[in-house]
Design a protein around this ligand. Structure first.
Ligand code: SAM
Length: 184
């Protein structure tokens, strides 16, 4: 039986509740359509939100937004409690640089990434990702999916420690698993 979108969103919000309650400010890096962070903002309205991206493909406009160069975030050191990178890192030309910047402007980083299942046809996965992005009006040709191992190495290289790692239920048809990481 397929799960209702409303139920899926409710479950995800409950999963993230302990990580959002009690924080004051969030920077959503690579906000894309900005729909997910707007849903979070509606459910956790006490938090102060900012959003950035290298292009403007937003479908929701209530939160402050700036376009930046993809390298230097236009914010001061530790201006936020949390930087969020939701399915963003695998689309970045230089994910190491983006992580270092995310850490500079915030105390913690929340990363959501997916990993291809073992024996997945990577060509097919790339095709479905690029198609999905095109449907959102995003002409993004960079898609370098991580493995659990390659992402752990990247975190280590940037001096980030994993404080929490949680599998996120995924109800789509792609051959992937999704994870949430809390890093400091
Ligand atoms: C798949 S979308 C994810 C959007 C959104 N976070 C979400 O969950 O719906 C990836 C986004 O990363 C952005 N992006 C690519 N390189 C970036 C960079 N260096 N810094 C910030 N965002 C970047 C893309 O423009 C795109 O909007």
């Amino acid at each position: 039986m397929s799960k209702l979108l409303e139920d899926i969103i409710f479950d995800l919000l409950e999963l993230f509740r302990p990580y959002i309650e009690g924080i004051d400010s969030v920077l959503d890096i690579g906000t894309g359509t900005s729909i997910p962070i707007h849903i979070v903002a509606e459910n956790f309205p006490k938090v102060r939100y900012n959003t950035v991206d290298i292009v403007d493909i937003r479908k929701r406009y209530m939160l402050p937004f700036v376009i930046y160069d993809g390298k230097n975030l236009p914010f001061d050191n530790l201006e936020f409690d949390v930087s969020i990178l939701n399915e963003t890192l695998h689309h970045c030309e230089d994910p190491e640089r983006v992580l270092i910047e995310a850490r500079r402007v915030a105390k913690s980083i929340y990363v959501i990434e997916h990993f291809p299942n073992p024996n997945t046809n990577i060509k097919e996965l790339v095709k479905t990702e690029i198609n999905a992005l095109n449907n959102f009006g995003l002409n993004c040709q960079i898609y370098n999916p991580f493995t659990d191992h390659s992402l752990s190495l990247l975190f280590k290289k940037t001096g980030l420690k994993i404080w929490d790692k949680v599998e996120i239920p995924y109800y789509g048809t792609r051959e992937i698993r999704k994870y949430f990481f809390k890093l400091e």
